[in-house]
Design a protein around this ligand. Structure first.
Ligand code: IVH
Length: 646
């Protein structure tokens, strides 16, 4: 009871062991209005090719503001519990979870047979009352005060010492499952009923609805009693009830196509704007930040809000000293909504014309809202932000190398560019204050663990404008190795440089023609002119090439993409779908084909290997027959898909 760790207990002492999830832990796309939810249902209908009058049953339940946790039961016994982490890899919190009373050690039997392997997924949370009481105890003991129940739950679960977790009042609500050796039901609702029957708590407000209108009424009812609920929720989650439909819908990036979170409107508050500071981002963008008189917004103390850009400051007419309205929604940075004192006499805020970090000119490019520092890599703020992005969770994910370390290593010239990270030695760390044998060895090990990053993470880490995680993945899938990709980029750069305007060709026509040529070389799904040019701009800049070469020279080897597609009779082939498909949408068919290593083209040519023709197929089918290309129907395609499914 008197152990100091129990009183302080803010964060785990040392890292928890990593666990790779058997099935990824997904996140959810958000809807902010009833129209957004209707759009979601529309997308589901289109993707599944459902008739307009075919009912789509959906479930609706509160979105608990906690942290997600996966509980693995083997033969009904709890064997592993893990946090979500980045969705692929989380942390082992098994001993901690065993202290949570809501979570049974053994699943109880009911009419549904317990699968041999079952991962139950749900939310670990703390009630509002327990949170307040915990903070009171923490204050008395001189321990950490938590900002909100969710942070308190996360801090309590992610402990090295499970005795600390045991002393914290954590709760659990199941909302789904991960790996399962078999499923005893074929709808979301019946599965949740089974999970509840096995002894895991499921929300009392989990219900199934025959149509959207009924589900939206449930949303309004939950919103109305939100303040009276014993725990924080931040919206309602809808899920397509039929599991066969969920399977067909699959996922995009990290979120399923069959579920959506309908968020509650943002909470608002009034406060005073104390000052406007300028932050310089990774691409040099100057972002004004409002420093505020601290104010409580929906249970969270807010001291900063974003003002987005110079135009926004002008639109709001805000100056330090004004009373303002701010709003906070979920995890996003609070925003300034309105100026309540625009008529008070005060000089207007003047946006800087120089970068506050490096003194270079700050300019607004034509047609852009953002003002950018022109200092590029001489600007320390941009360099630090690039480094921070490079090591961040969805990029190289170097654990233990947070902003504080990056800034101090940068200031002391230990790390100037990403390659320096991989040249860091334990001895260098040991000469620094507050670094000891173990912490230094841990960081070096974390860095070493990232010397062979997946190609897509590596590309994302480079911080190329417009190349987010999804585009990085598209590029990695298409080119498979960094060498291939660079060869393509050099070809595209040459094409861009060689494409010259013809006399009398209008500027716009020329740009279009050149963009088209460049996009054709890049030849990657979803990459159009804007992204293509951004990629080329990046690699045209000699300094960026140098940075990349240095990273590779420091012993980093991006991994080739090998197991991305399933072995199938169509892998490496070019397919054309034509005519109408009856059980599939075009997008779905294309996704099935691509997952099996095929390329889908819109037109039949000598390069086409296989044509899938439905009723009403016309000229493409004729051409395929003339060229002697194999033609199959949708039913045969379905057989190929099933035969090459995992
Ligand atoms: S379903 C495949 N249902 O919200 C769908 N998630 O923003 C996975 N969450 O990581 C989630 N309440 O931790 C689902 N009723 C609920 C939820 C819920 C809270 C969390 C969950 C997830 C996050 C996504």
């Amino acid at each position: 009871e008197d152990s100091p760790s129990r009183q302080v207990g803010a964060s785990p002492a040392g890292p928890l062991a990593k666990v790779r999830h058997a099935a990824p832990m997904l996140s959810l796309d958000n809807a902010f209005s009833e129209e957004d939810v209707a759009d979601f249902i529309g997308r589901v209908r289109r993707y599944l090719n459902l008739a307009p009058d075919e009912p789509i049953a959906i479930t609706a339940e509160p979105k608990i503001d906690g942290l997600s946790c996966s509980l693995r039961y083997e033969k009904g016994v709890l064997v592993l519990a893990a946090t979500r982490g980045d969705g692929t890899t989380g942390e082992d919190v098994t001993p901690n979870v065993r202290t949570i009373a809501d979570i049974p050690e053994h699943l109880g039997t009911n009419e549904a047979v317990i699968p041999d392997v079952l991962e139950v997924r749900g939310e670990v949370y703390m009630s509002k009352a327990d949170f307040a009481a915990l903070n009171e105890r923490q204050a008395e003991a001189g321990g950490k005060i938590f900002a909100n129940p969710r942070n308190a739950a996360a801090g309590s679960l992610r402990q090295k010492d499970a005795a600390i977790t045991a002393a914290r009042p954590l709760r659990f609500l199941a909302h789904g499952w991960g790996e399962a050796s078999e499923l005893p039901a074929d709808t979301q609702c019946d599965m949740m009923r089974a999970i509840s029957g096995w002894g895991l708590p499921v929300s009392e407000d989990f219900l199934r609805f025959g149509d959207l209108e009924a589900a939206l009424a449930h949303y309004r009812a939950i919103e109305a009693k939100r303040a009276d609920l014993p725990f924080d929720i931040d919206g309602v989650v809808y899920k397509v009830d039929r599991l066969d439909w969920q399977r067909r819908l699959g996922q995009v990036a990290r979120a399923p196509r069959w579920a959506i979170a309908h968020k509650f409107p943002a909470e608002k508050a009034q406060t005073t704007l104390k000052a406007i500071d300028i932050q310089v981002g990774r691409t040099g963008k100057l972002t004004p930040v409002a420093r505020l008189e601290p104010v409580n917004v929906g249970g969270v103390t807010v001291t900063n809000a974003t003002l987005h850009n110079a135009d926004e400051i002008e639109r709001l007419g805000v100056r330090p000293g004004d009373r303002i309205v701010i709003q906070r929604a979920g995890d996003v940075i609070p925003q300034v909504l309105e100026n309540l004192t625009p008529d008070e006499e005060r000089p207007p805020y003047v946006f800087p014309v120089e970068c506050p970090e490096c003194g270079s000119d700050a300019v607004r490019e034509e047609g852009e809202v953002d003002i950018r520092c022109t200092g590029g890599l001489i600007c320390p703020a941009q360099r630090v932000e690039r480094l921070r992005h490079f090591v961040s969770r969805h990029a190289l994910d170097i654990e233990g190398l947070g902003l504080v370390h990056i800034e101090s290593f940068f200031r002391d010239s230990l790390i100037q560019s990403p390659a320096d990270i991989f040249k860091l030695t334990k001895d260098q760390l040991l000469t620094r204050e507050r670094w000891a044998e173990l912490s230094a060895a841990n960081l070096i090990a974390a860095i070493d663990a990232r010397r062979a990053p997946p190609l897509d993470r590596f590309l994302f880490a480079l911080g190329i404008r417009h190349v987010g995680e999804v585009t990085a993945r598209d590029l990695a899938r298409r080119y498979r190795s960094f060498g291939n990709l660079m060869a393509m980029i050099d070809r595209a750069l040459a094409v861009r440089a060689e494409t010259q305007p013809t006399p009398a060709e209008p500027e716009r026509k020329f740009t279009q023609r050149r963009d088209k040529a460049v996009v054709a070389v890049i030849d990657t799904p979803n990459i159009g002119p804007e992204v293509a040019n951004a990629i080329l701009d990046f690699f045209e800049e000699p300094h960026n090439r140098e940075v990349v070469d240095d990273i590779l020279a420091s012993g980093v080897q991006p991994q080739d993409v090998v197991h991305e597609t399933r072995a199938s009779p169509v892998s490496g082939k070019t397919l054309v779908f034509t005519g109408s498909l009856e059980t599939l949408s075009r997008d779905e068919a294309k996704a099935q084909a691509e997952l099996r290593g095929a390329k889908v083209s819109g037109s039949v040519s000598a390069k086409t290997d296989l044509v899938i023709a439905g009723p009403g197929a016309g000229s493409k089918l004729k051409k395929a027959q003339e060229l002697g290309i194999e033609v199959i129907d949708e039913a045969r395609w379905a057989e190929i898909v099933v035969a090459s499914s995992p």
